[in-house]
Design a protein around this ligand. Structure first.
Ligand code: C2O
Length: 317
């Protein structure tokens, strides 16, 4: 049967991130009311733009949205740290799957793509609501294209609310992203790195992911042990871009380089916006590249706080 979300009252805290990092509490606020989510039908179509190509009017809006997000009261489930905690809570053994004693984990299985799509959806709606602009959409970090191979400059300004100090200082713009990053600096030229990145993208999107289960990852059903196996993209380049961005001087490459802290960096959402885009790109490649049809996948149930700080529950990817 499909995986049931955790009971938010049953949260393990603190979590020990390991390697000497301070323990963290990322339990989400508990809510006595859970409403059934309905996808709004009255919203305008939103278009996500490349973070390297957004116009200055957009940059102003995006900065303003993040400023307001950071200024919300700490107890508000929409607040910046609470949003980061959503990722930590559902990814770092804070909860068990409801009614079981197995860890709830949205990585390394077929839940990876849909869960992160919903996480972005609510994050985006929260930002849009804060700036009262229903046309607002997150940008995407287009690290698989020649126009997007560096950390997008909008995240580099230390005075911007989009900035995060916990990033690799060697990887600031104009360093070229290494989609095969393995904690050592590549000594290839920018052109050679771009070529290697293209080869890697072709392998992960085309050669190695001819079937849905290769692309999406292994089945993960109610009662299953967590981490049955990731799909091609989740491993590379999703994971490599995470560790390339985080700071290796921190115990676990915080922020982006490890699950519990990754959501603290506003670039996380642009990174995942690109993952979300690649899901569509992959389906457009044809052949057997189609969405999964297993009902345990289609009916997996999720919990999120929405743009009005209400806890919503829904089944379906
Ligand atoms: Cu939940 Cu990019 O990881």
């Amino acid at each position: 049967s499909p995986v049931q979300p955790p009971d938010l009252k049953l949260c393990t805290t603190p979590i020990d991130p390991g390697n000497g990092a301070a323990s963290v509490n990322c339990c989400l606020p508990v809510s006595t009311t859970i409403t059934d989510f309905k996808l709004p039908t009255n919203l305008p179509m939103r278009t996500r733009l490349s973070a390297h190509q957004v116009p200055s009017s957009y940059i102003a809006k995006y900065n303003q949205a993040y400023k307001l997000l950071r200024e919300l009261p700490a107890s508000d489930p929409r607040q910046y740290s609470q949003q980061a905690n959503v990722h930590c809570a559902f990814c770092d053994a804070a909860y068990d799957v409801n009614g079981t004693q197995v860890e709830y984990q949205v990585h390394n299985s077929w839940l990876f793509f849909p869960w992160h799509r919903w996480y972005l959806y609510f994050h985006e709606r929260i930002l849009a609501t804060l700036i009262k602009d229903d046309t607002f959409a997150l940008p995407f970090w287009n690290w698989d294209a020649a126009s997007g191979y560096t950390l997008p400059p909008i995240y580099n300004d230390s005075k911007s609310p989009l900035y995060d100090a916990n990033r690799n200082p060697l990887h600031r713009t104009p360093a070229v992203v290494d989609l095969n990053y393995n904690f050592t600096e590549s000594n290839s030229s920018a052109a050679a790195l771009l070529a290697a990145n293209n080869t890697l993208m072709y392998r992960q999107m085309v050669t190695n992911s001819k079937t849905p289960s290769l692309f999406f990852g292994q089945p993960y059903r109610q009662g299953d042990e967590a981490n049955p196996g990731a799909g091609t993209i989740e491993n590379l380049p999703h994971g490599t871009v995470h560790v390339w961005t985080g700071n290796p001087a921190n115990p676990n490459d915080e922020d982006m380089g490890t699950l519990y802290s990754a959501g603290r960096d506003p670039i996380f959402h642009a990174h995942h916006s690109n993952i979300d885009r690649l899901w569509e790109v992959w389906k457009s490649l044809g052949g057997r590249r189609q969405d999964l049809t297993d009902s345990d996948y289609l009916n997996a149930t999720f919990l999120f706080y929405d743009e009005n700080a209400k806890l919503v529950r829904f089944g379906g990817v």
